[in-house]
Design a binder for this molecule. Structure first.
Ligand code: ATR
Length: 275
């Protein structure tokens, strides 16, 4: 049986096995996809062993995406620039290729699922950690009019803006000074985890026009999405679609088959509501 895996720590609640099994069923593909809890200091050994034993591909989640980047023999340009890898594939000669499909997942979810245009738009990205680094290149590829990275620690946003400047109109900012409205606001801070909200002026939302997106998701809307709805955002979207879309990009690469993500996302959404 062709074997795939998702590495993480913790990993027990990962939805990736369910997503890939649904894709496999839909595409009539025979494969096995399981979770693997890697020790915090033992990811590389686990990954090497998995591929040595004949595993074909893997996804990588918190906290191993940077270590996965260092482990790969070959990197896609977008993974190289992101400095992080969420997808590993064994090539014919046994070497390991790393890619980062998070940004493509986000862009697909925004554009194909939510009908959001990015070309010529003003986009605000909140945060400057690994999650932001992973999505900057695919977002800039859509040619927004401006992409502002705002972060609590402004220096980190400035550094990212510098690194990605050659790819498009990207700049850095503190939260407090932003006042003009944006078309799309994406929360990639870890603030939601703490039930917290980046301190933004409500004027960054143009009522009825701005789409707000939180890369996190949960049974209930995140504090950021509640804040967005309260201030009249046209759409308040969570990151469940991004998760399903990044998985679809990986599945298509591994199996050479495109999948329809809509029924998979609908099922996961229903399970999330019930759970
Ligand atoms: P990830 O890989 O999820 O991006 P990370 O690299 O640890 O995780 O980055 C976390 C991001 O969330 C950072 O931008 C962090 O801001 P700082 O760079 O100033 O630390 C941001 N963050 C975490 N908690 C936050 C909070 N309560 N309010 C605002 N931003 C927060």
């Amino acid at each position: 049986m062709d074997r795939y895996v998702v590495f993480g720590n913790p990993i027990g609640h990962s939805k990736s096995p369910a997503i890939h099994r649904l894709f496999a069923e839909q595409a009539a593909q025979q494969l096995e996809y399981s979770t693997q809890l890697a020790p915090l200091d033992g990811f590389s050994g686990c990954a090497r062993e998995f591929f040595h034993q004949g595993g074909l591909g893997g996804n990588v989640t918190v906290p191993f995406k940077e270590e996965a980047y260092r482990l790969c023999d070959e990197l896609t340009p977008r993974a190289e620039r992101a400095g992080a890898v969420n997808m590993l594939s064994r090539l014919a000669d046994g070497s390991v290729r790393g890619d980062n499909t998070d940004g493509e997942g986000l862009v697909r979810d925004l554009m194909a699922n939510a009908g959001v245009e990015l070309a010529g738009k003003r986009v605000l990205l909140l945060g400057a950690g690994g999650a932001v680094r992973g999505v900057l290149e695919p977002l800039l590829e859509q040619e927004p009019a401006a992409l502002v990275i705002a972060n609590r620690t402004v220096e980190k946003a400035e550094l990212l803006a510098e690194v990605f400047a050659e790819l498009g109109p990207v700049s850095a900012s503190a939260f407090g000074v932003l006042a003009e409205p944006f078309d799309v606001i994406i929360n990639a801070t870890a603030a939601s985890l703490a039930g917290d909200l980046p301190p933004l002026a409500a004027s960054v939302i143009a009522p009825g026009r701005t789409t707000c997106y939180d890369m996190m998701y949960g049974k209930a809307p995140t504090p950021f999405l509640r804040w967005a709805s309260e201030h009249g955002a046209a759409q308040a979207l969570d990151g469940l679609g991004m998760l399903v879309e990044q998985a679809a990009v990986a599945f298509q690469y591994w199996r050479g088959v495109a999948v329809n993500t809509a029924p998979v996302l609908a099922l996961l959404r229903a399970q999330l509501r019930e759970g």
